[in-house]
Design a protein. Structure first.
Length: 271
């Protein structure tokens, strides 16, 4: 598995050698999944409709080209409408969440610097319209939101400039190739950033853990059962806006739950 990944990534190097300048660091703070060995396996719970199956599988295969992790689609453990987070994995959900302004959301719960659970939501209210019911938009949003739950932020947040050839770049047209590829998949810089984020090893595992492996409940089975009861479908519950995109819209929120525990929400707004 490891050698195969290196071979694939090496094949991308030639193609991307003339790519446009990208952000030198697009990690999401210092947040990462706790694990004691690389590569590690992260389950993506499948709570999406049939229209999304191929796009979820594509995103999982794309991110698994990383040398440090594998994203594996697994049976979902939540109701798509409520889309509750489950310890040690990422639940991926699709539903008609309404004309609330957002196409997709990525949320991570952290204890200290460790991600202990995550959620990705895609809004069928918009994706069932002619504007967004296209493979390129579904690939772009699914890829980006899963990327956020791995610890990645955006490479670029300008919707109208040249596409960088990565789903971690905002765009008005994810299918357009401006010389570096379209914006439907990760690029080499995304994989390099994951290598950097996960270069160290931890003394705890938060992958597949029943208690998150860290935090005040460590060892008693309660661990990261924090934030229960918060309605995170409601933007008013996302907490404080701490970042804006190039259009001036709030794109990243944080809600402090106390004791070093927080929930972050990344948003892609409909254009």
């Amino acid at each position: 598995m490891f050698n195969k990944k290196i071979f694939v990534i090496a094949g991308v190097v030639v193609f991307l050698s003339a790519a446009f300048f990208v952000s030198a660091n697009h990690s999401w703070g210092n947040y990462h999944w706790g694990r004691t060995a690389n590569p590690f396996k992260l389950e993506l719970g499948n709570n999406v409709s049939a229209k999304w199956f191929g796009h979820l599988n594509t995103a999982a295969a794309d991110w698994s080209l990383s040398a440090v992790l594998d994203t594996v689609v697994a049976a979902g453990k939540t109701n798509p409408r409520g889309c509750k987070a489950v310890n040690g994995r990422v639940e991926v959900c699709s539903a008609s969440y309404g004309f609330n302004g957002w196409l997709g959301i990525a949320q991570i719960w952290i204890s200290g610097e460790h991600i202990v659970k995550g959620v990705t939501k895609v809004n069928d209210t918009y994706f069932d319209t002619a504007t967004y019911n296209k493979p390129e938009w579904r690939n772009f949003v699914m890829c980006q939101e899963v990327g956020h739950t791995l610890g990645l932020a955006h490479q670029d947040e300008n919707f109208s400039n040249l596409n960088l050839g990565t789903c971690m770049d905002y765009t008005n047209d994810p299918a357009r190739n401006d010389g570096a590829g379209d914006n439907q998949h990760p690029n080499l810089h995304d994989y390099e950033m994951l290598d950097t984020i996960y270069a160290h090893l931890d003394s705890v595992n938060t992958i597949g853990s029943s208690d998150g492996g860290s935090g005040p409940g460590k060892g008693n089975g309660k661990g990261n059962k924090f934030g229960v009861g918060i309605d995170l479908d409601n933007p008013s519950e996302w907490g404080r806006a701490i970042k804006k995109d190039a259009q001036g819209k709030d794109s990243l929120f944080v809600r402090d739950l106390g004791r070093g525990e927080k929930v972050f929400t990344f948003v892609i707004w409909a254009r």
